[in-house]
Structures are given as structure tokens and as C-alpha cells.
Design a protein around this ligand. Structure first.
Ligand SMILES: [Zn+2]
Ligand SMILES: [Zn+2]
Ligand SMILES: [Zn+2]
Length: 264
């Protein structure tokens, strides 16, 4: 794709979380999915870790971030990329504090103007008391649709529609991560040609006003034509992993927390 994309043998994407905004199990729910003993039915809020060469990207910082960073043994993050400002993608910003102390330099946040505005409101204690000891330092960087270099790596930022809200998807060479959307402009499909691995959100089986339901996500994935597709941002109403997964088209699977895909 470009000259700055690092050696393919050092790339991988890890599912830090694959659940919708309430996570799975849902608090107080006794349905078959929420009481399942299968670890693949337990879904933290949606987030992914992308490692390319020496560079570590975190996509979104939701309310389960601390548990996710611990589970995957994350010790360093070079860039946090935000898809959009909803709480299930931003509520864990403070959990980056230990990495700020360990790295001893600001954590770099890459986002749209609306995400920055929301983060500055939500974390007023960080941005209004920047000199207070123990407050983490963050540095904002604006990103928007198009190809750009982030932390030394060329990525392609893709505009998507989450109902009427613009959100960002990300392509890293042969992998792409697209979540929280249910509309994609025809020209954006051209930016998604020749992928090896696609992560796309699919909420549950019934249509929804701002998320792809299963059939919508499958149709979108079919248009993108990636050989390997993983579904994320999943609700308990999707059904049990073991019941849904075998019925999906070839190459498509429900993603599950902790799953790792490596570039070949
Ligand atoms: Zn979400
Ligand atoms: Zn449930
Ligand atoms: Zn959302």
C-alpha cells in the first residue's frame, strides 16, 4: 500500500473487546448467552490492538480498558485512534495513566474534532488541571478521512455513517477495522480493495437505526470481498457463539475477545 507500512511479518491485530455498549453478559440478564460458560460468549466493550513493526496502536478506549490491557499484557501504546465519541469507546481514557507514567511522555490521541471536544469535557480534571501531580498528559492529533501517517505508519482513515453521526474506520495495509456504522459511501469501497482481513461490526440479527445488523454487515462485507472477516460489537441478542458461527458464510466468523490475527 505504501512505503511506510512496516514489514508484514510483524503485524497483528488483537480483539481486546467484541461486545456492544453494555458488554456481554449484560448486567441482570439471565438469557442463554449471558449465562453461557463459553468464554467466546463473554464480550468486553469493543476495542482492538494493532501492532505493526515496532508500533502499537490502540483503537478506542472504552470502559473495560484496564482489564483489556492487563489481559493482553500491553506495556506500551504509541497511538490511540478513536472511531467516535460514544461512551463505550471513550470511557476508559484514565486507564491509560499507568502507560503514561511508564512511557514518561504524553499519550498521543488521534481523533476527530468532535471526539476531542467530548474527551475534554468528560476528562476536565485532566485537561483543566494539567499541572496537578498524577494527572496524565495527553496530546491531541487531528485525523480525518484519507491517507495519513500516524506514529510513523501510513494508515487510511475511512469515513463511515453511524446513523447520522460520522465515524472513522481504519485501514492498516491489508487489515481494516470498521465499527459502529450502518452506511458507507460507494467511493469508500474502493479504499477497501484487496484486504486480507476485515473486522466489521454486526450488532444482532434485527435491523437497528445506527448499527449494521447481521445481514447488513454480511452484505457490506461481501461488497468489500475480504477473504477473512470477523464480526464485532456484538449484542447478547446475536445468540450463542456456537449456534451462530457455523451458519456464517465461508471466511466469516464472530470475533471473540482475545482472538489474534497475524499478517502472513
Ligand atoms: Zn459502540
Ligand atoms: Zn442476555
Ligand atoms: Zn457508537
Amino acid at each position: 500500500m505504501d512505503t511506510h507500512f512496516p514489514n508484514r511479518s510483524y503485524g497483528r491485530i488483537t480483539a481486546l473487546g467484541t461486545g456492544t455498549s453494555q458488554g456481554v453478559p449484560v448486567v441482570g440478564c439471565r438469557c442463554a448467552v449471558c449465562t453461557s460458560q463459553d468464554p467466546r460468549d463473554r464480550r468486553l466493550r469493543s476495542s482492538a490492538l494493532v501492532e505493526l513493526g515496532e508500533t502499537v496502536f490502540l483503537i478506542d478506549a472504552g470502559p473495560d480498558l484496564r482489564a483489556q490491557l492487563l489481559r493482553s499484557g500491553v506495556e506500551r501504546i504509541d497511538a490511540v485512534l478513536f472511531t467516535h465519541e460514544h461512551q463505550d469507546h471513550t470511557a476508559g481514557l484514565d486507564d491509560l495513566r499507568p502507560l503514561y507514567f511508564a512511557q514518561n511522555q504524553p499519550i498521543h490521541l488521534y481523533c476527530s474534532e468532535s471526539v476531542e471536544r467530548r474527551l475534554r469535557q468528560q476528562y476536565a480534571y485532566v485537561f483543566e488541571n494539567a499541572d496537578y501531580p498524577g494527572v496524565p498528559q495527553f496530546e491531541f492529533h487531528r485525523i480525518g478521512p484519507g491517507k495519513q501517517t500516524v506514529a510513523g505508519v501510513d494508515i487510511n482513515v475511512l469515513p463511515l455513517w453511524h446513523g447520522s453521526m460520522p465515524v472513522l474506520g481504519f485501514r492498516f495495509g491489508p487489515m481494516a477495522y470498521l465499527t459502529d456504522f450502518n452506511r458507507i459511501e460507494p467511493e469508500v469501497y474502493r479504499e477497501l480493495e484487496k484486504l486480507d482481513f476485515l473486522v466489521i461490526s454486526a450488532l444482532h440479527k434485527e435491523p437497528h437505526h445506527s448499527h449494521w445488523h447481521l445481514d447488513g454487515a454480511l452484505e457490506c462485507a461481501r461488497c468489500i470481498e475480504a477473504p477473512e472477516v470477523r464480526l464485532t460489537h456484538i449484542s447478547h441478542r446475536m445468540g450463542l457463539y456456537d449456534a451462530v458461527n457455523p451458519g456464517l458464510p465461508e471466511g466469516v466468523q464472530l470475533w471473540y475477545d482475545g482472538a489474534v490475527w497475524e499478517l502472513k
